[in-house]
Design a protein around this ligand. Structure first.
Ligand code: PXP
Length: 398
């Protein structure tokens, strides 16, 4: 094999798509006219790359990528060996991940950029030698990136707004304001691409009247979130929303707590999907970013999956945040590869939404609490526009 990939990176191993990196590396060797050569790629953490950076470049700090041409610094006689080895490329997954957030770049796109950069060094390009050399290397990088359609993005990430929280305020008084139907209209006028409502069995916020009125008034798409219970299924079939999102529902919970466990109730959920599909309603499943659940979601014939971003939003440390983000990024790619269309949501706010909105495979974000909370101070129109601007900017930066 022309590419030998070794990972010494143990943390969140599953998040690095090794097969994709290997394929990309083989493609690059081909593009650079050295397909008969081999290259070794080593994925490490910041600690390891810092140690190598210190040992070989006397720089005691982590870096993103290091290249070691074959036999450089070793006995020159090694060069006469009949091997066709370009050398080693060492990439710090930690730094790649940090940079992907900093540059609002998809994680694998960042790895791809580092791989191209490292490979060009092995082929003799060196941006540190002179301005001309730097230009030459940058031109070659851009040529390869363009071939990869690196910045291709087919559409902007959409914003669907959950207006349950408006109904929660109304229900606290038991009167008729604020009205979620009016809120939905304001959201749409301010740029929302969809309205989401959760009709709970206990009717703690949205009422039947709300969803039937919304069915008549929503001009974008109406997504009905619901548990898979008989009464609500009957209402959904009658209402015919544009999408149904199946979520787990627990009477005691403050809000939906986790993704739907499809694995343990495949038959039951498949039946609900079948009923909805027959009525022309596509189904989305709210799922944890767990590859086993995603496989089950695709097997039962759902059209969409909404990735649960709750744990990412609640991460209490930088490490946990990185870990949860990686899970979502990987899950989005996997779900896409399984043929699912991908949404995401839960707990997203004005601080944490941009990196998720920048993920290529995610078409739509479902956001409620943060927008309605901000609306109390700024007005709903302004709150929606501010969130839409964050999402649009993140989508466009790729
Ligand atoms: N997606 C699903 C499936 C949900 O249950 C909720 C909460 O109602 C959301 C998205 C929106 O979450 P938040 O209100 O935290 O933005």
């Amino acid at each position: 094999m022309p590419t030998d990939l070794t990972s010494q990176y143990t943390y969140a191993k599953g998040a690095v798509n090794r097969k994709r990196i290997k394929n990309l590396s083989n493609w690059l060797l081909n593009q650079c006219g050295v397909k008969e050569y081999t290259v070794s790629i080593l994925l490490v953490d910041d600690k390891k790359i810092c140690q190598l950076n210190n040992q070989y470049r006397q720089k005691n700090q982590p870096t993103n990528v290091l290249s070691f041409p074959f036999a450089e610094g070793a006995d020159r006689s090694l060069l006469s060996l009949p091997v066709r080895e370009l050398g080693d490329i060492v990439i710090s997954v930690d730094t790649a991940f940090r940079e992907s957030i900093e540059y609002r770049q998809n994680f694998h796109d960042r790895i791809a950029w580092l791989l191209i950069h490292g490979l060009l060094h092995l082929l003799g390009y060196d941006h540190e030698k002179s301005t001309e050399q730097a230009q030459k290397m940058s031109d070659k990088e851009n040529e390869l990136l363009n071939k990869l359609h690196f910045h291709r993005r087919t559409m902007m990430t959409k914003l669907a707004i959950n207006v349950d929280h408006v109904a929660t305020i109304r229900q606290a008084r038991g009167i008729n304001e604020p009205d979620p139907v009016a809120a939905a209209a304001i959201c749409e006028l301010a740029g929302a691409s969809g309205i989401v409502v959760h009709l709970r069995e206990d009717r703690r916020h949205m009422q039947d009247r709300d969803i039937y009125l919304l069915r008549q008034t929503v001009k974008t798409t109406l997504n009905l979130e619901m548990g898979a219970n008989k009464e609500i299924i009957k209402i959904a079939l009658d209402l015919k929303p544009d999408i149904v999102t199946l979520v787990p529902e627990n009477r005691q919970e403050l809000t939906t707590e986790g993704g739907l466990d499809v694995i343990s109730q495949k038959k039951k959920i498949a039946k609900v999907i079948d009923k909805m599909e027959k009525r022309g309603i596509p189904v989305s499943i709210f799922s944890d970013p767990d590859p086993r659940q995603l496989k089950a979601v695709s097997e039962i014939g759902a059209t969409f999956v909404e990735l649960h971003t709750g744990r990412y939003c609640e991460a209490a440390s930088e490490d946990a945040l990185e870990h949860e983000f990686q899970l979502i990024a990987t899950a989005a790619e996997e779900a896409h590869q399984l043929g699912l269309r991908v949404f995401a949501g839960h707990g997203l706010d004005y601080q944490n939404t941009a990196p998720i909105a920048a993920l290529d495979m995610i078409e739509e974000l479902s956001i409620g609490h943060a927008i309605i909370s901000r609306a109390v101070f700024t007005g709903l129109d302004q709150a929606v526009k501010e969130m839409a601007a964050i999402i649009n900017q993140a989508s466009l930066s790729f």
